[in-house]
Design a binder for this molecule. Structure first.
Ligand code: HEC
Length: 137
């Protein structure tokens, strides 16, 4: 009898642990963020390549890495203080979006994601958008 009780207690303990980890994983999901069509289909005016990646890297490191992490995994030093997960830029959820979607979200911001319109020029943002493509796994 005593033995059965401890088996049940162990099972309950494991169940709670797995529920807690499912919940923690749930918080890693990014809420859908609709982007107007004119931005979604916007043509990136800045050519991709080494020069753009270099310019983008300097800006990304200065303005974005504190939250998004050096390689875009959402693990920057500030990420622990954020309520929302900043996203994993190496994965398909991010990489399957158009350049225009990345441009729009960076320009406009939402919640804890700052708005960069007025802080960075459009060309700066496109360079960062190009650089963030290099995070693709
Ligand atoms: C203070 C922390 C912080 C900084 C700094 C920051 N971001 Fe973010 N960013 C976030 C958070 C949090 C989200 C998720 C917002 C949401 O989904 O509501 C996000 C979301 C994004 C998204 C949308 C990702 C997706 O998968 O749809 C893009 C693109 C983005 N950020 C680009 C940038 C760029 C580029 C910079 C620098 C110029 C930057 N961010 C700086 C916190 C930050």
């Amino acid at each position: 009898m005593k033995r059965n009780k401890s088996i049940i207690a162990t099972a309950v303990l494991f169940m709670s642990i797995s529920l807690i980890s499912i919940n923690a994983f749930g918080q890693q999901q990014v809420k859908p963020w609709p982007v107007p069509d004119e931005f979604k289909n916007m043509k990136n005016p800045v050519a991709k390549g080494e020069a753009s990646n270099k310019a983008g890297m300097v800006l990304y490191t200065k303005y974005c890495a504190s939250c998004h992490g050096k390689t875009g995994l959402g693990d920057g030093v500030k990420s622990r203080t954020l309520k929302d997960f900043a996203g994993d830029f190496s994965g398909s959820y991010y990489q399957d979006q158009t350049d225009g979607e990345h441009f729009y979200k960076t320009r406009v911001g939402r919640g804890e994601m700052p708005k960069y319109e007025g802080k960075l020029t459009d060309d700066d943002i496109w360079n960062i958008v190009n650089y963030m493509r290099t995070f693709k796994k």
